[in-house]
Design a protein around this ligand. Structure first.
Ligand SMILES: [Zn+2]
Length: 262
């Protein structure tokens, strides 16, 4: 039997063919993981304002851009920004964009970057939210403020039924979103003077409808004069972006990461 016939028989039997012949066993290219980076507010929605005049939308865009730039150095990641300039994107459109960018079954993460504000200027620190019912008065306050961006939007959001369906689809990501939020806090605390206000939950409109693990991080209070200065510092922004990028890698490196891609 000559080698060509042998090769054909082996191929028919599902066995490996001759060495060097890989034409029959093509390997799919490894799937890139999608990271959606959302800079809070923008355009006619300035977000929170600091006593020194800082606008939340400028800080969030700067940190989000740096985060995206760092993540793009990793070829295994596909990085998208909901906005990369000073423009307003409706809250529900941010989720819609994220879902549209994601291929079926593609591992994905969503992070929305914000700055906190409080009438009490002494409040400071960083906290990360995942989507669920707000549990504390403070979480409700932050939720109400961030959701108030809707006032700048023109398009109506879906009716109550759409919300119910969205919630059902989203429950499967609750646990992962909670883990994702914890990883963000763990990384930020390495550069943030704090306090670490921890992982919290609230019903943010921007997270509602993102069918992937999703968090909203409040990287500091622009209402606190010292923290406002910090949030404006290029070096601080760079360090925060670096830590957020590490949190992304932490998430995809989790032991559960394989199961979570389904
Ligand atoms: Zn905000």
């Amino acid at each position: 039997m000559n080698s060509i016939i042998l090769a054909m028989l082996l191929a028919l039997g599902g066995q490996p063919v001759l060495p060097g012949d890989t034409a029959h066993t093509p390997e799919a290219p490894p799937r890139r993981r999608l990271v959606v980076v959302d800079a809070g507010h923008g355009g006619r929605d300035p977000g929170a304002r600091g006593p020194g005049g800082t606008r939340e939308k400028d800080v969030t865009l700067s940190v989000a851009r740096q985060l995206a730039a760092i993540l793009r150095e990793d070829p295994s990641l596909e990085v998208r920004m909901t906005r990369d300039r000073d423009t307003l994107i409706a809250l529900h459109d941010r989720a819609r964009l994220a879902n549209r960018w994601r291929d079926e079954g593609q591992p994905a993460l969503f992070i929305s970057v914000h700055c906190n504000a409080n009438p009490s200027r002494g409040e400071k620190g960083f906290e990360t939210y995942f989507l669920a019912e707000a549990r504390t008065a403070d979480a409700q306050r932050v939720e109400a403020f961030e959701n108030a961006s809707v006032q700048y939007e023109e398009a109506p959001v879906g009716g109550p039924m759409a919300f119910i369906l969205t919630d059902l689809r989203q429950n499967q990501h609750l646990r992962e979103s909670s883990d994702w939020a914890q990883l963000v806090q763990d990384r930020l605390r390495q550069v943030h003077p704090g306090p670490n206000r921890g992982v919290k939950q609230a019903g943010f409109a921007v997270l509602r409808g993102t069918f992937m693990p999703a968090v909203l991080v409040e990287i500091g209070f622009v209402s606190n004069p010292a923290e406002e200065r910090l949030l404006n510092e290029g070096e601080t922004q760079r360090q925060m972006a670096t830590q957020l990028a590490r949190a992304v890698h932490d998430f995809f490196a989790r032991p559960q990461a394989v199961a979570s891609t389904r």
